[in-house]
Design a protein around this ligand. Structure first.
Ligand SMILES: NC(=O)c1ccc[n+]([C@@H]2O[C@H](COP(=O)([O-])OP(=O)(O)OC[C@H]3O[C@@H](n4cnc5c(N)ncnc54)[C@H](OP(=O)(O)O)[C@@H]3O)[C@@H](O)[C@H]2O)c1
Length: 271
């Protein structure tokens, strides 16, 4: 893509996006990252060969797409101090819970803003991101935002900004839920006598296999579950325990808690 991409904040999520963008989607020479810590700036040069600066406004002066990648609690201060960008500069915010209305109020402009909820598997090219665009984002800018996120996985647009709170509870926080499940299986397998290496290898491949099968199969999830669950067999016994202990209801409760927290963060960090 013929764009100059800037990042405000060069932490974990910024690094996973940059790693996906270079060299094919955006060349390293067209990426500039503002990051306050010396040591981290040097790491970013070593890792990616991108340009770095300690001054956020140097990014504003040099990029036509700016990814806001600082922690949500810093966003208000950071964005209010940005200067030197153009009217048409596209801002892409990956911060949880910060509304487009707040971002535009802090910018003091009507610049186009896309909000994204990415997730950490972006680090290894398996990210799942949802995007929402403000009214001032044109089609070309939508394509740019989409291509940037597709460089680290898959992406999809949502129609309402509030859907991002649901997405946060699903795919934003989701990697932790699946990892908890895998860890519980691994810990139990080790306790039952398998070596750690064997338990890890089998549990992780099973998670990848289950997700891949569910994604590629024409069957829905209920049918796929039935296909593993022969009557009177081992899976049937395990599923009986999981359902009796109301695991689906517990997952729904955890989901609600994450969604509510995302909605509350919008209140907390929007002033
Ligand atoms: N991690 C996730 O799973 C995840 C998922 C979805 C969305 N997000 C969102 O992604 C954003 C970044 O998260 P992260 O996990 O990448 O956090 P992170 O690793 O802490 O990255 C934030 C970076 O911003 C830098 N920074 C601090 N103050 C700054 C300033 N005034 N100007 C410019 N840069 C500054 C930090 O530098 P120092 O290290 O020196 O403080 C750090 O390198 C957050 O808004 C989060 O909500 C994260």
């Amino acid at each position: 893509m013929q764009i100059n991409a800037g990042f405000i904040g060069g932490g974990n999520m910024a690094a996973s996006l940059i790693g996906g963008l270079i060299p094919d989607t955006v060349p390293a020479s067209n990426i500039i990252v503002a990051e306050p810590r010396d040591e981290r700036r040097n790491e970013l040069i070593d890792l990616f060969g991108v340009q770095v600066t300690a001054d956020n406004n140097i990014v504003c002066q040099n990029a036509d797409v700016i990814v806001l990648a600082v922690k949500p609690q810093l966003m208000s201060d950071v964005v209010q101090q940005l200067e030197g960008y153009q009217d048409q500069t596209l801002f892409i915010s990956i911060a949880a819970g910060i509304s487009i209305e707040s971002l535009q109020a802090w910018l003091g402009t009507h610049n186009p803003v896309v909000r994204v909820m990415p997730n950490t598997p972006a680090l290894v090219g398996y990210g799942a991101s949802a995007l929402y665009a403000s009214a001032s984002v044109n089609n070309e800018q939508k394509e740019i935002a989409e291509s940037m996120l597709n460089a680290v996985g898959i992406s999809t647009w949502v129609n309402r900004e509030s859907d991002l709170d649901i997405v946060t509870a699903l795919s934003g926080s989701g990697p932790a839920y699946f990892m908890l499940f895998i860890k519980a299986l691994v810990d139990k397998a080790i306790q039952a006598g398998l070596s750690e290496a064997v338990a890890n290898e089998l549990a992780m491949q099973t998670a990848i296999g289950a997700a891949t099968l569910a994604k590629l199969s024409d069957d829905d999830l209920t049918t796929l579950i039935q296909k593993v669950t022969s009557p009177g067999g081992t899976t049937a016994k395990a599923m009986e325990v999981l359902n009796n202990r109301e695991v689906p209801e517990i997952i729904a409760e955890a989901f609600d808690a994450a969604q509510k927290r995302s909605e509350a963060m919008a209140e907390e960090f929007s002033h």
